[in-house]
Write a protein that binds this ligand. Sequence first.
Ligand SMILES: [Fe+2]
Length: 136
Amino acid sequence: MVDFIEWNNDFFLNNKEIDNHHQRLFEIINQLYSAVLESIHESKLEQIIEELFQYSFYHFEYEEDLFARYNYKYTYEHVKQHEMFTDKVKDFNIKLVMEDKKLYLEILNFIKDWIQKHIPFIDKKFVEFMKAGQIG
Ligand SMILES: [Fe+2]
């Protein structure tokens, strides 16, 4: 099956830890997408959603700790973006039956769109800021 959200070089930020986190997020999202299409059991679906929630929380905390450490000047805007994502993932947590696939796909499409705008621009801006700081 073709991945729902495909990784390409635009997503590499040349920060090993952050790149690994992002790749893991892609994996979970693709797993969730195929789970929805394959109409797998609701409990398994909830497990993947929980993983997406936990992992994105862990990853955003990791980035936000770095903002603090580097005294990043766009912290506020960036954290707001993370909150948008988290709020959307929370929409999955309502008890939905498989007839509501359309809603799942709508949320998944939001997430995909968010990631495609976030990583290559907003995260990239921060990683470049960190790197510039390390040179000086
Ligand atoms: Fe971010």
